[in-house]
Design a protein. Sequence first.
Length: 557
Amino acid sequence: MIETYLQSIQKEAKAYVATATITPLPLDGYVSYLETGNRLVFETAYFARRRQLAILALAYMTTHEQETKKLLEQVIWEICNEYTWALPAHLPVEKNLFKQSSVWWIDLFAAETAQTLAEIMELMGAEFTLLTQNRIREEIDQRLFQPFEEKHWEWEEKKNNWSGVIGGCIGMTALSLLEKNSVRQGAILQKVDHSLQSYLKGFALDGACEEGVGYWSYGFGYYLYFAEKLADMLGDETYLNLPKVKEIAAFPYYVVRKNQQALPFSDYNFTELPSGLLSFCHQVFQVPIPDVVKVNEIDFDHCYRFAQLYRNLIWTEKTEVERPTIMHYFSDVEWGIFESEAQDLFFAAKGGHNEESHNHIDLGHFIFGTPNELFLTDLGAGEYTKDYFDEEKRYQYLVNNASGHSLPIINDCCQQAGAVAATATKFIDTPKGKRFSLDLTKTYEPSANLKQFQRSLVLIPEESTLELRDYFRMKKAGNKIIESFVTTYPVERNGQTVSIKGRQTCELIFGEEVKKIDCLKKMYHDHEGNTCQATLIQTTYTISMEAEVVVKMKLVH
């Protein structure tokens, strides 16, 4: 298993040595972001260079070939020459120009770059020229340590992956480069603690990551990489033993399906979880994990983070955990999940609030299908652009707004973003089936004319059936409700039934009171920038003061 991984690293390193070409970072990438908000022009080149760095370092660490070392040092030198280690999307901008502070700006990737160079120095730096060694230390001091020491950064307060990743990176860098137990190392580690405590505040006792499992592996990964390094070097196991950490470590087991795809809530993009990180969670915390059958391929992470590539090499252990039928409720984020391999069935629904990190307007949204085919789904993350993270424009994107989720439009009003939340959310086993229910009354604006809106989803595994019941009480008569269901599969309509076609079929069966059924094609960009198509299956209801809408969904095997 490890041998195959090493062979692929050595093969890629030899290809780099043969061409002896270092990926340039284009000026056009910076300009393109300022002018259009496009991130991919710059980031494609940036991560290609980080790929060279990680592969050459891992190859030299395991082979000690001099040609590899020579090119590795040159790549390091070019990285030390970069205008900034941060991405354009994260830099301070004034009058459509990057501010002077951009040179030493600390973002996720500046911190990752410093951590990578520091750990490479720790592992093999003594074999580099003194000039290279000194340059690495100087650049990390100027670009990371000093800026961190001299000001309080906004991300130190963030309760999301930023505080975990950057805090973990700075902590690891201090452990790798600074004198053990020195005053400066101690002061930096003490300041790092604030970031890591902020990160943990983003989790409740259920251990769920509301940003999704991809961001779990990112933020919690760097948290644990630092925690393990601190325990190993200074004998301090504090961060491994804090409350919630074991629960957070167990999160992937419940949200990663048997096919290794995960529950696609929030800004989810298919992310193969790091084999080393999963193995560490299983070994240290004794929690169940998704199966680890091999070390991740080199290209599993398009950012080529050395910290996890290296730990995949030294931590991965083959682990296959028996996976019975799962019914799990994360009571704090209000996610209900059911998966049965034996019954070939998958269901999930969510409550929560609409001020989450990487928020989508999705309270009451649900997913239904098999572990391999989600017929009613969540579109996950869109392409990251400048506007995507602008709160004034974020919800213009289909993947983020309410219309991109299986939620009703009530009197032309969609669910709101912001400080609104579901109430009375439950996921329980009943004689009639697995019932997820919640009250969504307060998630719509007053002009929706709602007195009450309750949603109930009853899963009957033995019949491969999901029954939706939406109960509405209105403030006045003459109301229009449009129920909407989101799929990425082809659809066919036959009378009051709409069939969603994959390898299997999911039938949506509507009552005779439904006079209008529309299947609307919508285009969107996925996280990689690819143009994709979704279909919104919409049914229109006219109601007076009170009504219950019932829709039956059935898998046809």
